[in-house]
Design a protein around this ligand. Structure first.
Ligand SMILES: [Zn+2]
Length: 298
């Protein structure tokens, strides 16, 4: 029963687009005191998966329908002398609060990696956000979503202008998104659909790459200015896939790499990493995780 639930939930999670159901294994890792450096040598999936999802589903019972049971307290360094499977009373938990995902040490770096295993600091907001002079799907609006960090914004502008010169008309649709906005979206989703659904379809605060100010969702009139997989087959989508690296952008969630990125194919989501890194990633056909040497397959 539980195993089926795990498979189902993981499968759905990969369809979550720019969103995320993360925080579960990471939380457990944190509680267990397992380090998070580089490639994990800990067989997380086999050692803690059942625990993780058991914990998840039991916790979710507060907002869904399953009967409440005391949670199993995982072993920590502090209580490692006690039997690991000792039952303890459940501690009150707020299901709508994000889980403790390890926080990156370099949130302001152009090569910062944010994914289901690494989050940005709570409230992190780049200090150099500007609005690039490009067409937006929502028109002229001086909002967060129209902004990127200066270096990325300037490069985006160049890319859009070059594309236009080649008859490719691109539209920016979603740039920076604040921690607070992501948190509000997440909480609203929880209030509407319950934690279990929310965590599947909306990224936990701190784990959206849009919070870096280095990611832009790009679309075109050929797909009604929407963010859809069909963008891949359009002239605009193809142009971006082939040329974005010249301007320092990578296709962050490539097709067929869900097991590495944790996200479904997103032909519209481009991430600025700088020309040098983007060129290498493009030439070698890598994901950002592979380039950074921090792959933890799902
Ligand atoms: Zn995106």
């Amino acid at each position: 029963m539980l195993k089926k639930g795990i498979i189902c939930v993981v499968g759905l999670g990969f369809l979550a687009g720019c969103n995320s159901f993360d925080g579960l294994i990471e939380k457990k890792e944190t509680l267990l005191g397992i380090p998070h450096s580089g490639k994990s040598t800990v067989p997380v999936a086999t050692v803690v998966e059942d625990e993780v999802w058991k914990d998840f589903f039991e916790k979710e019972s507060e907002v869904v329908v399953a009967p409440e049971e005391p949670e199993e307290e995982p072993a920590t360094e502090e209580d490692s002398e006690e039997p690991a499977d000792e039952e303890k009373p459940a501690e009150p938990e707020e299901p709508s609060e994000p889980e403790a995902i390890p926080v990156v040490a370099n949130p302001g770096a152009m090569n910062v990696m944010v994914n289901k295993f690494w989050s940005l600091p709570e409230g992190y907001r780049p200090g150099d956000l500007i609005k690039p002079n490009v067409p937006f799907s929502f028109g002229d609006e001086n909002s967060d979503r129209s902004k990127l960090r200066a270096e990325a914004a300037e490069s985006l502008e160049v890319m859009f202008n070059v594309a236009k010169g080649e008859g490719i008309e691109l539209y920016a649709r979603s740039g920076f998104r604040s921690y607070e906005t992501q948190e509000a979206i997440f909480k609203n989703e929880v209030a509407t659909f319950g934690y279990e659904q929310a965590v599947l379809y909306v990224a936990l605060p701190g784990t959206s790459e849009h919070q870096t100010g280095l990611a832009m969702d790009i679309t075109a009139k050929s797909v009604g200015l929407e963010l859809v997989e069909a963008f891949e087959g359009t002239a605009e989508g193809k142009w971006l896939a082939e040329n974005a690296h010249h301007y320092g952008f990578i296709l962050r969630y490539p097709k067929g790499k869900t097991n590495i990125t944790g996200y479904a194919f997103e032909p519209w989501h481009f991430r600025y990493v700088g020309v040098e890194i983007a060129g290498e990633i493009y030439a070698k056909g890598l994901t950002f995780e592979e380039y950074m040497g921090d792959v933890r397959e799902f």
